[in-house]
Write a protein that binds this ligand. Sequence first.
Ligand code: ZN
Length: 183
Amino acid sequence: MSENKNSSVVANEKIDEAKLANATKIIRELQKELPEYIDKGCGPFLAAIYDADGKLIAKSANTVMDEGCSHNHAEMNAIKLAEKKLKTYDLSPYNLSMYVTSEPCMMCIGGIMWSGIKSVYYGVPSERVTEITGFDEGFKNGWLREFKRRGITVYGPIETPRDEKVLKNYVSEGHTVYNPGEA
Ligand SMILES: [Zn+2]
């Protein structure tokens, strides 16, 4: 694990400043766009997948509520779109990176592992998502280490203040926070 001198970012490889700068730019854009998706009825999370040349392959928000499917987290949707576009269930030959406004939950970590995505860059850490919103992000001890073992790099948290504000607004504006087993 390495830590960035100038921020709270942690990575499971030696931090590459160019990759971090690029990820910060993309995550900042996603954070800016996210409120538009929330206005359309999406959950407060947005994920994008880019190839190594910086070309956008897929982007999606969380559509659990509007599509009525508990799998439809932003990351899972983006993976589904990328696999459809590239006509494959194995994204590993494409050297793809995922950028997401909040740390992936336990389901999405599994989804990312099975997809062949090579790098993950995330915004708000799960503890903060849970504290701010009440969404249960799950248990996932040591996932950075496990991803490293599988050749998947992870950087985060990146540029969180704006997205924490989006999450706070999501709650204060009375949008739904769903968890299984709740009425
Ligand atoms: Zn998720």
